[in-house]
Design a protein around this ligand. Structure first.
Ligand SMILES: Nc1ncnc2c1ncn2[C@@H]1O[C@H](COP(=O)(O)OP(=O)(O)OP(=O)(O)O)[C@@H](O)[C@H]1O
Ligand SMILES: [Mg+2]
Length: 336
């Protein structure tokens, strides 16, 4: 009699405390077989959702039927243990660095920065995940060329994030109905963020999670504050005053919630043309935001289209790809 057979038979037994099979809960913790010729017996450690006497008696009966009657063992010893509380990436010992990318104004390149920064960190050997929390205008799946479909789930029911170029990705868009009215989206986000932290099977040893926030100062920042108070912020703006003005507001909202602002990223800063830098969208926006928020311009990023196959992700050999590697390096240093 081999352990696999016992494992699979016990796996079908339902844990009455969770109504899930032992296979689903991972409740069969140990199987030991004593092959004594006259009195073969089995030793088990079974993990349960609750370990009250009633639950134990019920499951003991089901297990005894399989081991003694169906499989013919003489002896059976069961030790019970309480299954550990559900693991979450919010557990302290995971020590993940959370970085929310905020902007104030839409269209300044927040999602492009999030995706490229995540990929740059991966290129530097870090393990990175993205949470696309931009419920009103999610674009990370498009940028990273991932289909907007419901992700699959593992045997233990954890949602499997998409993996693109080594970056794990989960988006609110995968779980929202396409034509859902915008006003319903905000209140749903808090619940969804909870899911992302507790029910997604992120890779072990994940080091960074970047969160693409919706534009504005909104209530999403408050949800983030409740769940991950240690989350730090990057503020994206363009050099134009209309963008920097709103970015300052977003920054103040973040500060009010006691989030540390790591720095400002000025995107679409200038255009390289014929050996000159042309300030297409004006200049100084990044510095204004940084000064008002008491932080620094961490990076300026010029205007430019990626030359590779993906129209939003820069190759690490192109100028902007190199700039993103530099930004990723600064971020790593920030946490050292
Ligand atoms: N440095 C850049 N040079 C040229 N185009 C850029 C640059 N950064 C972003 N873009 C382009 O600008 C557009 C807006 O970028 P993106 O979608 O990242 O902005 P966003 O702030 O996330 O916008 P939204 O508010 O819609 O979420 C995209 O078409 C993107 O490809
Ligand atoms: Mg966006």
């Amino acid at each position: 009699m081999d352990k696999d057979k016992i494992q699979s038979l016990l796996g079908e037994i339902v844990d009455p405390s969770s109504e899930k099979t032992l296979k689903e809960t991972g409740g069969v913790r140990y199987i030991g077989i004593d092959d004594d010729e006259e009195k073969p017996s089995v030793n088990l450690i079974i993990g349960l959702g609750k370990d009250d006497d009633q639950t134990k008696a019920k499951i003991r009966r089901s297990i005894a039927k399989v081991i003694k009657i169906d499989l013919g063992f003489h002896g059976l010893k069961i030790d019970f243990e309480l299954l550990k509380k559900q693991e979450s990436i919010l557990d302290d010992d995971r020590n993940i660095k959370y970085i929310a990318i905020a902007s104030g104004k839409g269209g300044v390149g927040k999602s492009t920065v999030t995706a490229n920064l995540a990929i740059a960190l991966t290129r530097l050997g870090k393990r990175v995940g993205i949470i696309d929390a931009d419920i009103y205008g999610s674009s990370i799946p498009t940028i990273m060329d991932v289909p907007v479909t419901m992700p699959k789930a593992r045997d233990d029911e954890k949602i499997i994030p998409f993996n693109k170029m080594g970056v794990e990705l989960i988006s609110t868009e995968f779980f929202l109905k396409k034509d859902q009215p915008l006003m319903w989206r905000g209140p749903m986000l808090g619940k969804m963020l909870n899911h992302f932290f507790y029910d997604v099977g992120w890779q072990k040893d994940l080091e960074y999670i970047l969160i693409d926030l919706p534009p504005g100062t909104g209530d999403v920042a408050m949800d983030i504050q409740k769940l991950i108070p240690e989350c730090e912020m990057l503020i994206v703006t363009t050099p134009h005053e209309s963008a920097s003005h709103v970015a300052v507001k977003a920054g103040f909202a973040a500060k009010e919630l006691k989030h540390n602002i790591i720095g400002v990223i000025e995107n679409m800063s200038y255009l390289n043309h014929a050996g000159e830098q042309i300030n297409v969208f004006g200049e100084g926006g990044g510095k204004i935001v940084a000064d008002r928020l008491g932080t620094d311009v961490m990076q300026t990023i010029p205007i430019g289209q990626p030359t590779g196959e993906n129209h939003s992700i820069y190759d690490m050999k192109e100028e902007i790809g190199v700039i993103y590697l530099g930004l990723a390096n600064k971020l790593i240093k920030h946490y050292e």
